[in-house]
Design a protein around this ligand. Sequence first.
Ligand code: HEC
Length: 125
Amino acid sequence: MTRRAVAICMSMVCAVCFTSACSREVPQKTGTGAVKPEPDPQGRALDGEALFKQYCATCHPDGGNVNDPKRNLRGSTLRANHITSSEDIVRILRNPISRMIRFDAAMLPDSEARAIAGYVLKTFK
Ligand code: HEC
């Protein structure tokens, strides 16, 4: 290998290093709750609405509740049930009250759970 070829190789390796270092420093969106922020592995901003539609909307269309209408996600209902922060919602996802399926961290990481919680709190009044 010539010196020139070695130099080209080295600069390519460096370019790769710089790119990956960069992507790790993308600022993270943090939730509103007091739960410790955890970086999203892909470094992308999380879309609470899309995640809600993916994981919750089958049972909670428009913030309702098809199985237990009294336990809907409207602000007034949540407040009556002492659910007032993202943290409270994430806690329910991890330990549901009775019939709701459990969303553990393997299924729904904290960052995504918080994005959904933020969406629920600001959307269903
Ligand atoms: C399989 C149906 C189902 C899915 C999917 C589901 N839930 Fe529920 N959810 C329920 C039921 C049933 C309850 C009533 C309490 C219980 O039985 O645990 C409930 C209760 C809740 C409550 C408490 C409401 C209150 O007024 O006390 C919150 C908050 C909640 N769900 C959020 C979510 C979020 C956020 C998602 C998506 C990540 C989700 N749920 C997905 C069925 C579901």
